[in-house]
Each structure stands twice: as structure tokens, then as C-alpha cells.
Design a protein around this ligand. Structure first.
Ligand SMILES: NC(=O)c1ccc[n+]([C@@H]2O[C@H](COP(=O)([O-])OP(=O)(O)OC[C@H]3O[C@@H](n4cnc5c(N)ncnc54)[C@H](OP(=O)(O)O)[C@@H]3O)[C@@H](O)[C@H]2O)c1
Length: 332
């Protein structure tokens, strides 16, 4: 995703300057296995993308970074930090340390990493607000499709009563592949081939990704305080392929459905494999497509569909957040 974002910055350099007055220079890139590099005048992005795509080190694209990632984030002079390290299910995580280091050094933060947001949204949003720094995370749910900016900016004043969605592209793709006669393993391979499988595949296959997204929506949009570990969860790894094909023969589709709803003063969520009938709004959502149906007191039922996104659509979330921060829209 980070690499695709770098490609987007290279390709859209002209449009960013012309349409948004934005001329970003990438002054540091930190990775786990491809080396880390900095350059005050800007890292050679084309060269870095080529080197990383070939599996090599990016360290010839600037000055190698020798301090650890938290220290480097604090030290390197930059306006914005983009945090795209892998998802981890735990309150303590490196991504949180990265974001706190960025805030402590007066840097705006954009992340597509659900972990720090799901566990620490209130705290991080409060630090950003107090320090007048940007904190945006549109890429955490439904890639580049606007979800948080839609509900927190465009639809201000509408109260979300409940939601349901197909939120994990990998699981949906695997179920579609099984429906089409392929095996579970072939479905997993298809997701890996297009770069959609989480770094730790169990995040997708055991339902963690969808559960974290349900909690994010519940916590950020509905004022909940859910932890993914406490939410009922079912992943595609537990599904019997024969059941998937049987449902299809009966005119239904098995889908991993994430739900959130209010119960008295609290907010609940769940993720389960459900049989979806043809007259239900989530029925046509196949392949890597995802969809979120939200019920509010204003617009009643409101559905967003992202049809067959690729990596470019995930990188667009970071791109749109960067433009927003440049324009002074610091939070969704
Ligand atoms: N891919 C998607 O479709 C998508 C969509 C929405 C959100 N996201 C989220 O975006 C994040 C990144 O996903 P991805 O698919 O791009 O994962 P990825 O390909 O595994 O990339 C993760 C990046 O983090 C780097 N990294 C890992 N540990 C690090 C450390 N300790 N210090 C510095 N860098 C470190 C990795 O470096 P190396 O490459 O050297 O290992 C890699 O560049 C995840 O949180 C994911 O949930 C992904």
C-alpha cells in the first residue's frame, strides 16, 4: 500500500501542484526489510519504488537511517507522517508509538492502520485536537471510499442507529471464488496475488480485520468503546465450502457480515457468516467489492458500495487525507 501511494505521488505530481497547491517531498521512508532512508531534499521515489518492488534495499535512494523507527519519526524533519505498518490486535503496539512520536514532534498523522485507531481513537484524536495537528484515517475502512469523512463531515448532525456491511475484501473474494468452484486455498492465493491479504493472513481469514472495522465504525461513528477481542467473530477459515455452494444453489449467498447497533446506552457489534437473500442490499457485493449500509435518523437507509477495488483505491485514501490536511481539514 505504501508503495502504491508512492507511485500515486509520482504520477500525480503535476495535478497535486496545479489543483491543490501541494508539492510534497518524501523526506524519509522507514521499512522493516527493505532498509530505511532519509533525504532533506526528497528521496528519489521512482528509484525507491523500483528497488522495493524488486525486493532490494531502498538505501541507495538517500541517506540510510540507523536509528529505530520511533526515534526516526521524532527526529526527521517532516510535516506529515504516514503510518502503514501491519495490523496488530493488541492495545500495545508499535503503530501507536509511531503516532505518539509524530504528535510529540508536531507532525500531522495519516494512517491506514486500524490497530492504533480502534484501541486509542479518543486519546489520539484529543492529542491531535489539543496540538492542532491532523489525524486522519480514511483508509482504515473501505479503502479510499469516504466513510469517516462522509459521516463526520458531510453528514454532520445525523445519528447512526445501526450498520451492516461486507467490510473484508479478502473474505468476500474467497467466498466468491468458492462459489465459482475453486478451493479455499485457491481463493486465498487469489487474494495474495492482488496484494489484499494482510501481512498476517489470520487477520483476514479468522475474521479479525472485519471485526476491527466493525469496532472502528462503532467507536468512531457511534461513540462506542468496543475492543475487537470482546466482539463475536467468525472468519472464512471456519466455513465449509460445500455450504457456500449449497447456499448458492438455493439462490442465496454466504457472506461475512459485520454489524453494529445500539442497545440502550451501549453500542454492540458482531461479525458472522450469514446467508444473504437476493432481496437484501448486500447480495450483489461479490469479489473484492465491499459495502456499508447505515441507518440514520436523518437519511434512513444509506448504502455505500465500493466495486472491485485494487491497490490504487487503497492508496487513494492516503492521497485524499493528505490533500485534506494540506487544506486545513485536520480531522474527519
Ligand atoms: N493492502 C490493503 O489493501 C490495505 C487496505 C486498507 C488498509 N490497509 C492497512 O494498511 C497497513 C499496511 O498494509 P499493507 O497491505 O501495505 O502491508 P505490507 O505490504 O505488509 O506493508 C507494511 C509496511 O510496513 C513496514 N513495516 C513493518 N514493520 C515495520 C517496522 N517495525 N518499522 C518500519 N516499517 C515497518 C513494512 O516493511 P517491509 O516491506 O520492509 O516489510 C511494509 O513497508 C495495514 O495496517 C493494513 O491493515 C491495507
Amino acid at each position: 500500500m505504501g508503495r502504491e501511494f508512492a507511485r500515486l505521488l509520482v504520477e500525480r505530481r503535476g495535478a497535486l501542484a496545479r489543483d491543490h497547491g501541494l508539492e510534497p517531498a518524501v523526506v524519509g521512508i522507514l521499512t522493516a526489510h527493505h532498509g530505511s532512508v532519509e533525504s532533506a531534499s526528497g528521496v528519489d521515489l521512482r528509484k525507491a519504488v523500483r528497488a522495493a518492488a524488486a525486493g532490494g534495499s531502498i538505501e541507495s535512494c538517500g541517506r540510510p537511517v540507523r536509528d529505530d523507527s520511533v526515534e526516526a519519526i521524532r527526529r526527521i524533519r517532516a510535516d506529515v507522517v504516514i503510518e502503514v505498518t501491519p495490523l496488530r490486535i493488541a492495545a500495545r503496539q508499535l503503530a501507536l508509538d509511531h503516532i505518539l512520536a509524530a504528535f510529540a514532534a508536531g507532525k500531522h498523522v495519516i494512517t491506514a492502520n486500524k490497530g492504533p485507531v480502534v484501541y486509542h481513537y479518543r486519546r489520539l484524536a484529543e492529542i491531535a485536537r489539543t496540538k492542532r495537528l491532523g489525524f486522519r484515517f480514511e483508509g482504515t475502512v473501505m479503502d479510499g471510499a469516504p466513510v469517516f469523512s462522509l459521516f463526520l463531515e458531510a453528514m454532520r448532525g445525523a445519528r447512526i442507529e445501526s450498520f451492516e456491511g461486507i467490510l473484508n475484501s479478502t473474505s468476500n473474494l474467497i467466498l466468491s471464488e468458492i462459489e465459482a468452484g475453486r478451493t479455499y486455498e485457491e481463493g486465498v492465493a487469489a487474494a495474495r496475488a492482488i496484494g489484499f491479504l494482510e501481512t498476517d493472513p489470520s487477520m483476514d481469514l479468522d475474521g479479525w480485520d472485519a471485526t476491527v472495522k466493525a469496532c472502528l465504525l462503532a467507536n468512531v461513528l457511534m461513540g462506542g468503546s468496543l475492543r475487537p477481542e470482546e466482539v463475536p467473530r467468525q472468519g472464512v477459515s471456519s466455513v465449509d465450502p460445500a455450504g457456500v455452494r449449497e447456499a448458492r444453489t438455493g439462490g442465496r449467498r454466504l457472506a461475512q457480515v459485520a454489524r453494529g447497533w445500539r442497545e440502550g446506552r451501549s453500542v454492540k457489534a458482531s461479525v458472522a457468516i450469514e446467508a444473504v437473500a437476493p432481496d437484501q442490499p448486500l447480495f450483489p457485493i461479490t469479489g473484492t467489492s465491499s459495502s456499508l449500509l447505515v441507518r440514520t435518523d436523518m437519511l434512513k437507509e444509506f448504502q455505500i458500495v465500493e466495486r472491485n477495488p485494487g491497490l490504487r483505491q487503497t492508496a487513494y485514501a492516503l492521497y485524499a487525507d493528505l490533500i485534506a490536511i494540506h487544506e486545513g481539514r485536520l480531522a474527519p
